[in-house]
Design a protein around this ligand. Structure first.
Ligand SMILES: NC(=O)c1ccc[n+]([C@@H]2O[C@H](COP(=O)([O-])OP(=O)(O)OC[C@H]3O[C@@H](n4cnc5c(N)ncnc54)[C@H](OP(=O)(O)O)[C@@H]3O)[C@@H](O)[C@H]2O)c1
Length: 236
């Protein structure tokens, strides 16, 4: 198997397993102290990946907030914030999204061959569009291999659920940071942490719990999902 980056999945969910509300406004699941922890985790990564729906719905900047962490990265010869990565079939991504307009690091958009030219025309110089070949879907394993070839050694996947599901079912995750927020969404139209699929972690093979930490009113669960799991590297 080709090299792939060490891959950390990171997300927050409600007690009833939702990543967001069903409404248009983004649901705030975490708290200030946990956002600070996530900022530190992001700063340790070479690239951050989110699905196209997250780019559209949340309009995230995906930048390192802390000036100190940005300066530390630059002192190591890195861009102040990690490379941003997304994947799409439809390519319905506005070049004006904060994903594209903020930060100096590369922005990579992975898409199937049949959509690549259209998406390139739409995004122009805002991003590098990477054609992943035939078929309707992008294979997340191909993304991981391509990112590795581009020098990405540590990848953070922040969701949403569609993307997290694919990294989990393809056994491409080395660890999971799951924050549980003290609230219920109670609306099955809302996006869930994970969809259907053959997860490597199930009733016969339980995921090793590597750490638990209370952060104010949320709890962080850290799971070790591969033999590459590095206990020292995380903050739990
Ligand atoms: N709580 C958290 O930590 C957290 C983190 C991130 C996001 N979220 C929430 O999650 C929700 C979005 O999650 P989601 O599951 O609906 O969407 P998502 O995972 O963010 O994005 C799904 C989209 O990504 C593209 N995509 C996914 N797999 C693909 C593949 N194999 N090949 C090509 N394109 C692929 C498609 O884009 P196209 O439609 O463009 O083809 C698909 O519609 C939002 O409400 C957001 O707020 C929560």
């Amino acid at each position: 198997m080709a090299d792939r980056p060490y891959t950390l999945l990171s997300c927050g969910m409600s007690i009833d397993g939702y990543l967001d509300s069903a409404g248009a406004a983004r649901l705030r699941l975490s708290n200030a102290a946990d956002f600070e922890r996530v900022d530190a985790e992001r700063a340790r990564c070479d690239a951050i990946l989110v699905g196209a729906a997250t780019v559209r719905n949340d309009n995230p900047r995906l930048l390192i907030r802390s000036a100190l962490r940005r300066a530390e990265r630059e002192a190591r010869g890195l861009p102040p914030s990690p490379v941003k990565v997304t994947l799409t079939r439809r390519g319905d991504l506005p070049a004006t999204a904060a994903f594209f307009t903020t930060g100096s690091a590369d922005k990579l958009v992975y898409c199937p061959a049949r959509a690549a030219e259209r998406i390139r025309a739409r995004l122009g110089a805002a991003a590098t569009v990477v054609d992943t070949g035939p078929g309707d879907d992008v294979d997340v394993a191909a993304i991981a291999e391509d990112l590795s070839a581009r020098g990405v050694d540590r990848l953070m996947v922040e969701g949403g659920g569609t993307v997290l599901t694919q990294f989990l079912t393809a056994a491409l995750a080395d660890e999971l940071h799951l924050v549980v927020a003290p609230l219920f969404v109670g609306d099955s139209r809302a996006p869930r942490l994970a969809g259907d699929g053959p997860f490597p972690w199930n009733a016969e093979r339980r995921a090793p719990l590597a750490g638990v930490r209370q952060i104010g009113d949320v709890v962080l669960l850290r799971y070790a999902l591969s033999e590459r799991f590095c206990a020292e590297a995380g903050g739990v």
